[in-house]
Design a protein around this ligand. Sequence first.
Ligand code: GLY
Length: 356
Amino acid sequence: MKKIDKIPGAVYFGNDSWKQLQQIIDKQDASSVAILVDTNTKNHCLPVFNEHIKLAKPAFIIEISAGEEHKNIASCLEVWGELSQNGFDRASLIINLGGGVVTDLGGFIACTYMRGITSINIPTSLLAMVDAAVGGKNGVDLGALKNQIGIIKDPLAVIIAPEFLKTMPQNQLTSGFAEMLKHGLIYSNDYWQRLQSFNTTNISEAENLIWESIEIKNEIVTEDQQETGRRKTLNFGHTLGHAIESYCLETNHMHSLLHGEAIAIGMILALHISVNQEGFPEDTYNSASKRLLKVCGKVQFSSDDITEIIKLLKHDKKNISGKVLFVLLKDIAQPLINKRVEDHLILKSFDAYKKL
Ligand code: GLY
């Protein structure tokens, strides 16, 4: 088992981390335990949890519908209601068993129910393992706007069992892989290069690369949990990526994108802007954008779509005083935060994406 020791926010990684979870739960001795699942993780992941963990009394299972469109305050009202009606008190424990929607929403529930109860994250998707479940960002969407309501607070622990990845659909794996590529681009050229051979069929090599991503994320969020500086680099690709994700979710003629797919497009666009504005090397843009295109596939955006996406940018959480702020790169592993970008460079980046 690999681990990051900190309290709260410890991370345990490996299929043997279940033993650690059993010890944490026994020590916690909670008055009641709820397990938050979605429709998919109830069927596929809860049986795995039950195989490994013995609870003093049966857990109360709370199920939300799967999908980003359910990451909202209406789902929270239902979960808060279920906890309250079933006598959950301040000494209770909530275990979030699922992907990013479950860990984000469950973390928010835990931070707010009775002003805060203990939670543990068990991320079951690659995206949640390398990003969502680590770093204490919890929250829900406000209509189409992603993660507008939330709080930053670490769970007691994060338990990462890569065995969940075995049954994960390929598109979900590539969506998580996009965040790993982001870690390479913002943090280490060496890691970026090694990621080019990432292949989930070679489990031990893949597990090492996944763990490295978790360590990169942990290093950054430990230095700047409240996102006043360095943590902003983790938003690389997210300014346009979130706007694209929201737009595709809300607009009938577009197919919804997985988070990582939208972020991969956002990274291609941000790299192009970086070439024009910050002197990012053009040959690296050419190779990196081809790699990222494999993750996101080609999405067709009309000029009207692009106009609407640019309008959505004004709601981005990273904006200050109405100014849209980007993370750009001077080179791989040389991130620049709080960068203003003129609309014509955004339009140019969409033109270049169309030609890839
Ligand atoms: N997903 C970016 C962060 O946790 O800061």
